[in-house]
Design a protein around this ligand. Structure first.
Ligand code: SAM
Ligand code: DTB
Ligand code: SF4
Length: 342
């Protein structure tokens, strides 16, 4: 009886998914590690290639449903489980939303962002938001909403209502995320972002710094954002607003120059995105804001309130922009800032 020779077959190499990584984390970290002036110089070059360097977008926020949120985001004054003095309110009536939108427009805002303290919207609430989106858009404003996770079919409904942007932040690097939130995971966030992108709504996605993360973790957040394909059209960079009663109250604040570095890295890695100098601006002072504009920030939240916390007065912002010789964006489509897949 002839026996077949036994041949040894090496196990097949695991097939790694091909994910285009335009910016490995170590390259993003290398940007953070540059001498400050070199980093800002690079950011300015990129900024000027893609935008009018003296122009800023004014986006006004309105909390359409405040407080009482079931989630446990460690930074958030609207989580029901933290004693922060925020009282839960029902969804605002349409006329109040429209009055706020008209006022924002009369002060020069071009984008109106409606935020709700929900884990995810219920379908009957979503209908009310759809109505708000239709009517706010009819005023000639760009519309943005941030309502939490979106389920099956919900992004389509928002798209049909005419929503321009959906804001859903990654908040931090994947490896730091569980220090901040336990009631939903990173993948939940990525899934919602995919739904939004899938129906053709523009993505507004950024994060928060100053939550006790390391520089490597800030680089990790930026790498997550800039390696999305395509990367978000809008990138809000929030500096933690510390609110008494939240777990993150009392965290060592981030060095303001490190915040400026984060903005510069966002600009370099996402050249055509609107980089928004978001929460924490009131605590920043004019000089740091000016450095953020130099680093490539070209959008701000405009109006004296964010969702539940304060923001600089619109008049003070107008004075600052004038001092810096900056002007606000008008609402014509800025062809140069359209992000496309590469
Ligand atoms: N509830 C929805 C959600 O979390 O998806 C939408 C509203 S939520 C308030 C929107 C974003 O605001 C959060 O993802 C977070 O990035 C930011 N944010 C909330 N509280 C903040 C704080 N204290 N400081 C800085 N950013 C904050
Ligand atoms: C974003 O990135 N920052 C905004 C907006 N998107 C919704 C919210 C900031 C909230 C700051 C805390 C508060 O006012 O409640
Ligand atoms: Fe709720 Fe959003 Fe605040 Fe988290 S960030 S607690 S989901 S309102």
């Amino acid at each position: 009886m002839s026996s077949q020779p036994i041949t040894f077959q090496a196990p097949a190499a695991p097939v790694a998914p091909i994910v285009p990584t335009k910016w490995p984390v170590e390259d993003v970290l290398a940007l953070f590690n540059l001498p400050f002036n070199d980093l800002l110089y690079r950011a300015q070059l990129v900024h000027r290639e893609n935008f009018d360097a003296n122009e800023v977008e004014l986006a006004t926020l309105l909390s359409i449903k405040t407080g009482g949120c079931p989630e446990d985001c460690g930074y958030c004054p609207q989580a029901a489980r933290y004693d922060t003095g925020v009282t839960a309110q029902k969804i605002l009536p349409l006329d109040e939303v429209l009055a706020a939108a008209r006022e924002a427009k009369s002060h020069g805002a071009t984008r109106f962002c409606m935020g709700a303290a929900w884990r995810e919207p219920k379908d009957r609430d979503l209908e009310k938001v759809e109505e708000m989106v239709r009517e706010v858009k009819a005023l000639g404003l760009e519309t943005c909403a941030t309502l939490g996770m979106l389920g099956e079919g919900q992004a389509e409904k928002l798209k049909d209502a005419g929503l321009d942007y959906y804001n859903h932040n990654l908040d931090t690097a994947p490896e730091f995320y569980s220090n901040i939130i336990s009631t939903r995971d990173y993948q939940n966030r990525l899934d919602t972002l995919e739904r939004v992108r899938g129906v053709g709504i523009k993505v507004c996605c950024g994060g928060i710094v100053g939550m006790g993360e390391s520089r490597l973790q800030r680089a990790g957040l930026m790498a997550q954002l800039c390696n999305m394909d395509p990367y978000p059209e809008s990138v809000p960079v929030n500096n933690l607003v510390q609110v008494e009663g939240t777990p993150l109250h009392g965290t060592e604040p981030i060095d303001p120059l490190e915040f400026v570095r984060t903005v510069a890295v966002a600009r370099i890695t996402m050249p055509k995105a609107r980089v928004r100098l978001s929460a924490g601006r009131r605590e920043m002072g004019e000089a740091i804001q000016a450095l953020c504009f130099l680093a490539g920030a070209n959008s701000i939240f405009y109006g004296d309130k964010l969702l539940t916390t304060g923001n600089p007065e619109a008049d003070a912002d107008q004075v600052l922009l004038k001092k810096l010789g900056m002007h606000s964006r008008n609402n014509a489509i800025d062809a140069r800032c359209e992000v496309t897949s590469s």
